[in-house]
Design a protein around this ligand. Structure first.
Ligand code: HAM
Length: 432
């Protein structure tokens, strides 16, 4: 490599730049608020886990384990390790390791980067972020309803509409097995109508035949036995109770019998929140997992949100959220000292303030003020300083704000009150 060669980020792994920070913070604050509102407590687990945790937890013949994991041998001690592709397995491992369920069920949540070697495209990255919640030790379906309501509250708090809920029940293992046998028998009876792909999958993975895109097989697939018909009484009751709880809270649900999820640990209810053709959140019940990972059997359910996908929806729904409250514009030596004082006083009052640094004429400073996203500019020039005044100018119009461009002068001594009134929409002269 020559000295001048530029090193770039790994494909599909993104930098989050400062201009996105306000959006991320708004999302993270809303998440922390919702988790607290439902009594979930945060857990932080390592990004690297033993590879066998995911092989055993997610399932050996899943897409994630077969072709998407960043796995490596630690050159220093030969351990087989993997960058976590998801965090349910990690949270379950931690709760077994620390005996977290010894005194009863636990509500846990997490946030952080996950890694999957997928083909990068919009909404699909190799390093992406999830926020997840796991209700551990609850047999449901009350806990299933609770995690779904938590998601709905988060969408509401973020002002997101148009995210719809799809729900299905996968039943228990023996019910799925009976359904699988019925599917094989059905497709065997229609062997002539199967394409090559379907014939290959007939015994290895007959469920995947249901996903076929082949138009000539659609009628056959539509008439195939559905898992719903193989659910026993207790699975059906669980599913119906969950639906009744959601109806009671006016959560619209679309039952999607094709919803299967890509991880092997699920049983009973599974769900996905979908917007614009992308799944922004997926989850469900995974009662077998704790025992599969060596713990005392414990039922559990939860979800994980694809953070980048939600941020994309937030971007589309709130075009220009402010990044700071006030930008301080100043010119002249005396004004500089006054500007520092004004900025510090406004920060004392809890406001987010950007002080113009690096000089520049008024025109250049206003350009920077506009770019800062501030609602209000505080202006200190020679003229204002000589009269112990400052000027306030609205930079942006819109709901709750004044008219962009409106300006007025206030005494320096009453600056903080005037700015707070103006930002609260109580100011007459600055456009309200
Ligand atoms: P998942 O469906 O694999 O479930 O992932 C959850 C969400 O993460 C997806 O719906 C999607 O929004 C986001 N996501 C997944 N892969 C990518 C990617 N390559 N780029 C961007 N976003 C992505 C789980 O991970 C389970 N652990 C969820 C769960 C928790 N189930 C029970 N508890």
């Amino acid at each position: 490599m020559t000295r001048s060669e530029r090193i770039q980020a790994v494909r599909g792994m993104n930098d989050v730049l400062p201009e996105d920070e306000a959006l991320w913070r708004r999302f993270e604050d809303a998440v922390a608020g919702c988790m607290a509102a439902y009594g979930y407590r945060r857990i932080r687990t390592p990004i690297v886990e033993p590879t066998r945790l995911f092989v055993r937890g997610i399932g050996e013949v899943t897409d994630i384990v077969e072709k998407e994991m960043y796995s490596f041998t630690d050159a220093l001690n030969g351990e087989e390790l993997t960058l976590r592709p998801e965090n349910t397995a990690g949270v379950v491992r931690a709760s077994i390791e620390h005996n977290l369920l010894y005194d009863g069920p636990k509500r846990l949540w997490y946030a952080g980067p996950m890694f999957r070697h997928e083909k990068p495209q919009k909404g699909r990255y190799r390093q992406f972020h999830q926020v997840g919640a796991e209700a551990m030790g609850f047999p449901g379906p009350d806990a299933d309803a609770e995690v779904i309501l938590l998601c709905q509250r988060l969408w509401d708090d973020l002002g997101l509409t148009g995210i719809s809920l799809e729900l299905n029940s996968l039943g228990e293992i023996d019910e799925r097995r009976a359904h699988r046998d019925a599917l094989i028998a059905y497709f065997e009876a229609h062997r002539d109508e199967l394409d090559e792909d379907a014939r290959r999958r007939l015994y290895s993975n007959p469920l995947r035949i249901l996903d076929t895109k082949n138009p000539s097989m659609q009628a056959l697939v539509q008439a195939a036995p559905q898992l719903g018909g193989y659910l026993g009484e207790s699975s059906r009751a669980h599913f119906e109770h969950l639906q009744a709880l959601l109806r009671g809270q006016n959560i619209p649900v679309r039952i999607n019998p094709r919803l299967v999820r890509g991880l092997d640990y699920y049983n009973l209810s599974v769900f996905e929140w979908v917007a614009g053709g992308l799944t922004v959140c997926g989850g469900g019940r995974y009662d077998p997992l704790v025992e599969m990972l060596g713990g005392k059997p414990a039922p559990a359910c939860g979800f994980a949100i694809g953070v980048e996908r939600i941020l994309e929806l937030m971007r589309a729904s709130s075009a220009d959220a402010a990044q700071c409250d006030v930008y301080v514009v100043h010119q002249g030596e005396a004004a500089e000292a006054g500007a520092f004082q004004a900025a510090e006083r406004l920060r004392d009052a809890g406001l987010d303030v950007v002080l113009n640094c690096g000089g520049g004429g008024f025109k250049a400073q206003f350009r920077r003020a506009d770019a800062s996203g501030a609602f209000l500019a505080v202006i200190l020039g020679e003229d204002e300083m000589s009269k112990a005044q400052v000027s306030l100018k609205w930079l942006r119009g819109g709901a709750g704000a004044g008219v962009a461009g409106a300006q007025r002068t206030v005494a320096f001594a009453s600056l903080v009150d005037a700015v707070i009134d103006a930002l609260a929409g109580d100011d007459e002269a600055v456009g309200n």
